[in-house]
Design a protein around this ligand. Structure first.
Ligand SMILES: [Zn+2]
Length: 143
């Protein structure tokens, strides 16, 4: 008989949704997004669903520069996910295994590691070496 709690904690599942069309955009533990370079070149990127895991998968022919500002779009409705332009943060909705509805803000600067999980305008947790103290309550998040 295996320990059920251990199984649950090691198989923590996160489900991500577009904040505009509410389509689920998680496939096999990857967040699927369309990204676009300054040059206009577009590609598909897979991000790990676990907050704080910054491994990403993309086609080898799609090159990006470190610290390049990317445009990030929903792959379903193609809405630009940028939410706080001053902070270079894009937004997704996320449901964790507890069923909590959360807002995830993450950097659109390629290679920058900052992720904020926000619930009711307050930071619940933040991840990444580049994250800072941001008072989201004083900022007007995009609608
Ligand atoms: Zn969408």
């Amino acid at each position: 008989m295996q320990n059920l709690n251990l199984i649950n904690s090691t198989k923590m599942k996160y489900d991500y949704f577009c904040p505009t069309c509410l389509s689920p955009i998680t496939v096999n533990n990857n967040i699927v997004l369309t990204i676009q370079r300054q040059s206009g070149e577009s590609g598909i990127i897979f991000l790990d669903t676990t907050p704080g895991n910054y491994s990403k998968i993309k086609h080898s022919s799609f090159k990006t520069d470190k610290n390049e500002l990317m445009k990030i779009f929903c792959p379903v409705c193609h809405k630009d996910l940028l939410c706080l332009p001053d902070k270079n943060l894009a937004r997704l909705y996320m449901k964790d295994s507890d069923g909590d509805n959360l807002t995830v803000l993450f950097s659109v600067k390629y290679g920058e590691e900052s992720t904020y999980i926000v619930k009711d305008k307050e930071i619940q947790s933040k991840y990444g070496k580049d994250s800072e103290d941001v008072d989201f309550e004083s900022l007007s998040l995009c609608k």
